[in-house]
Design a protein around this ligand. Structure first.
Ligand code: MG
Length: 375
């Protein structure tokens, strides 16, 4: 296109709003304020884990979550903040943050960019609490137009990935038992980073030859030893290694990545969109989670940015109900790898939605984030 034609188009776009005053009545009604308001409600809930869950940094049997509802015009959008204690958010911090959120000032729930920028500006941090509002708003908007988000984004629901099933650090007999329970899953994700890394892998290899993905959760503190371990893991059918060393060690990860026979994925190092800049070059890919990214909107932008940089993308989760898992799953046709087993690890889910069938993420065709409340 010639520059002059482009400028002409630009001019047309610039005078666009003037045209709106000339649209027929039926359209202009939709564009004007309806007087309806969004009401935000929230309540604390505690997820019961089926097994004590141990990673390199902590061990626990429950996870605190905050459940959120945004009601508008008789329709309710559901959201959730999952807050494993080691990440610093809690029922108290989520309560404090959500108490400050005033959605009544916005007339149009479709104005996601403006509403979510406001929510982000209320206070720094609080990514899970912010995600809970983001998820509920996406659920509401999808329900208002009666479409699930994967359709709004133009994604093919058949392209969802298989999810890995996570096995925490444990004694050999428990690990063997967990591998048995994970029968329907085609990929195992194994937590490493304590003293028994080789034992964990050998134990799993004594009962299955399924592909393994390793997550060290920053547990290795020496790059040369990390490289040696990765070289050993590469002989054991391991696909990649996630966050081998402390999250601030970008240069050390770049060193490791240059030499590693396996892809290195950043998780704790990459929380939000601007972190991708720092992760580029240090990691082959990133693990995006709604509870880090402040929700679906920023997660979507992160996927596009990472893709544009030729980085691999994994979609992960915390222990969450099917509410937050189903929200993340809407994005899953866009990613290389999924680790969306969070709702499978709990015994008191409040929702049904996305299911894991024979290890594959299967989206529901319900609108919004695709969930139904069951309790
Ligand atoms: Mg991880």
């Amino acid at each position: 296109m010639k520059r002059r034609e482009f400028l002409k188009l630009g001019t047309l776009a610039a005078i666009g709003p003037t045209f709106i005053s000339g649209v027929p009545e039926i359209f202009s009604k939709k564009l004007t304020s309806s007087g309806k308001k969004m009401n935000l409600k929230f309540y604390p809930y505690t997820l019961e884990l089926k097994h004590v869950f141990t990673v390199a940094t902590a061990s626990r049997k429950t996870t605190p979550v905050m459940m959120v509802e945004i009601e508008y015009d008789g329709i309710t959008g559901y959201g959730e903040a999952s807050m494993p204690p080691y990440l610093g958010e809690s029922h108290q911090t989520a309560n404090d943050f959500l108490s400050k959120v005033d959605l009544q000032q916005f007339e149009d729930p479709f104005n996601l960019e403006e509403i979510l920028s406001y929510v982000d500006s209320i206070a720094p941090g609080n990514p899970a609490a912010k995600a809970s509002v983001d998820i509920a708003l996406h659920d509401l908007v999808g329900k208002l137009i009666n479409q699930p988000w994967y359709k709004i984004w133009g994604l093919n629901p058949d392209k969802t990935p298989y999810t890995s099933f996570t096995i925490g650090i444990d004694k050999p007999e428990v690990v063997r038992q967990k591998v048995k329970e994970a029968e329907q899953y085609k990929i195992l994700k194994v937590k490493l980073g304590l003293e028994n890394d080789k034992e964990m892998i050998e134990t799993i290899r004594s009962v299955t030859d399924k592909p393994i993905r390793c997550d060290v959760n920053q547990g290795w503190k020496n790059k040369e030893e990390a490289l040696k371990m990765i070289e050993w893991l590469a002989t054991k059918g391991v696909e990649f290694v996630e966050q081998p060393m402390p999250k601030e060690w970008y240069d050390e990860h770049a060193w490791l990545r240059e030499r590693s026979p396996l892809p290195i994925i950043g998780d704790e190092s990459v929380q939000r969109l601007p972190d991708i800049r720092k992760a580029y070059g240090a990691y082959d890919g990133i693990n995006i989670k709604l509870m880090k990214s402040t929700g679906m909107r920023e997660a979507y932008k992160m996927i596009l940015l990472a893709r544009s940089l030729d980085m691999k993308v994994m979609l992960g989760c915390m222990t969450e109900t099917s509410c937050a898992i189903s929200a993340a799953a809407q994005l899953s046709p866009l990613v290389d790898w999924a680790d969306l087993d969070g709702a499978e690890l709990i015994s008191n889910d409040l929702f049904e939605g996305t299911k894991i069938i024979d290890g594959k993420v299967v989206l529901s065709n319900l609108p919004g984030i695709g969930v139904r409340k069951i309790k």
